[in-house]
Design a protein around this ligand. Structure first.
Ligand SMILES: NC(=O)c1ccc[n+]([C@@H]2O[C@H](COP(=O)([O-])OP(=O)(O)OC[C@H]3O[C@@H](n4cnc5c(N)ncnc54)[C@H](OP(=O)(O)O)[C@@H]3O)[C@@H](O)[C@H]2O)c1
Ligand SMILES: *[C@@H]1O[C@H](CO)[C@@H](O)[C@H](O)[C@H]1NC(C)=O
Ligand SMILES: *[C@@H]1O[C@H](CO)[C@@H](O)[C@H](O)[C@H]1NC(C)=O
Length: 314
């Protein structure tokens, strides 16, 4: 009997304790949901320029921001694909109360032409609230076999293109004391893999550039977000450049089994409304890799040696 009473008392205690924890937790969740909703409302009528909007993650980002009521400006080289994305947007979200999407074909490696593109966009929309530097190209090949031209090309698109476009957009944001620049980096911007030297270097460079920029523009109320996703199921591995500069042409298993681009785009949308400085979207294994590289680098290096050896066997 006594035992039963004790049991009853302790159950009671656990019950009140968990209630005491649950109620604040629920309140917190509800408040956060309300805040998030309010933040999403702030996206209405914002002009969002997205590079690499003709496929993969950029296309999913176009849907995400258009759906939230933004006017999206779609940039990439292939005009036809941009037109396809524009008509998909109009058909998929017929009730969205916003201005129709705009397409602006451009080549990120044509650095000197980028300010002209920004001027043209500004002359149509009057402003750019959010710039998403997403366009990019990957790499397959060893350092020794890769033509320097390929290194330059990848750096030009992934790094200098994003840098030049950002420089062209920033003056209007600084003038208006508001704006947001997003850089789509990668887990490979945090840890480098063998046979991806050019890609990893370009993404590491973006991370450093973003951290410098964030500090400089904070006083102008301009936000900077760096996004580091793990594998995403897109055309990235098919379009990756090999050591000779030709397209890899293959869907890699890791890419095939990666996140859906729609999922990553939703995460990026949330990071933008919450003005997060950086987000890492990945599974446990890459998280361990990032930890090892930072705190146990020798372990990371030896794992990478094994990985390089395995790749050489193929
Ligand atoms: N897929 C992944 O596993 C993964 C993981 C982490 C990060 N990311 C990053 O996500 C971003 C988007 O890639 P994705 O995965 O969606 O691959 P994707 O399907 O190959 O898309 C790449 C986009 O970049 C554009 N692009 C390439 N070269 C360009 C150039 N010179 N000028 C303008 N646009 C150019 C392409 O459009 P055009 O060909 O029409 O120019 C395309 O829209 C990249 O920055 C990539 O590094 C991808
Ligand atoms: C100026 O900033 C406000 C937010 O503070 C934004 O809503 C508006 O679109 C921006 N206008 C221009 C011209 O950049
Ligand atoms: C900063 O920018 C946001 C929009 O990005 C705007 O809502 C806010 O009013 C701006 N704050 C100041 C102090 O200008």
């Amino acid at each position: 009997m006594l035992d039963a009473k004790k049991l009853y008392q302790s159950l009671n205690l656990i019950g009140s304790l968990s209630l005491a924890l649950t109620i604040p937790w629920i309140v917190f969740k509800v408040c956060r949901a309300i805040c998030l909703k309010r933040n999403y409302n702030a996206l209405l009528t914002k002009v969002v320029v997205i590079t690499g909007a003709s496929s993969g993650l950029g296309e999913a980002l176009a849907h995400e921001f258009y759906k939230q009521g933004c006017q999206v400006v779609l940039c990439a080289r292939r005009r036809q694909e941009l037109e396809r994305v524009r008509s998909d947007l109009l058909q998929t979200h017929p009730t969205v109360p916003t201005l129709p999407p705009i397409i602006n074909p451009l080549d990120l490696s044509d650095i000197n032409a980028l300010p002209g593109h920004v001027e043209k966009i500004l002359s149509i929309t009057g402003k750019i609230d959010i710039l998403i530097n997403n366009g990019g190209v990957s790499h397959r090949g060893t350092v020794v076999s890769t033509q320097p031209d390929v290194d330059i090309k990848i750096m030009l698109v992934n790094y200098f293109g994003a840098v030049a476009l950002t420089k062209a957009v920033l003056p209007s944001m600084i003038k208006n004391k508001s704006g947001h620049v997003v850089f789509v980096s990668s887990i490979q911007g945090l840890v480098a893999l063998p046979e991806r030297s050019a890609y990893c270097a370009s993404k590491h460079a973006l991370q450093a550039f973003s951290d410098s920029l964030r500090a400089e523009v904070a006083s102008y109320n301009v936000s900077v977000t760096v996004v580091s996703p793990g594998y995403v199921k897109t055309e990235l591995s098919i379009n990756a450049l090999t050591s000779s500069g030709s397209p890899h042409g293959k869907m890699d298993a890791n890419t095939e089994s990666g996140y859906l681009p729609e999922y990553v785009a939703t995460e990026i949308g949330r990071a933008v409304v919450q003005k997060k400085k950086e987000i890492v979207i990945c599974t446990l294994l890459p998280k361990i890799a990032i930890f090892l590289r930072k705190y146990l680098p020798s372990v990371y290096f030896s794992v990478m040696v094994k990985r390089a050896k395995k790749a050489q066997l193929h």
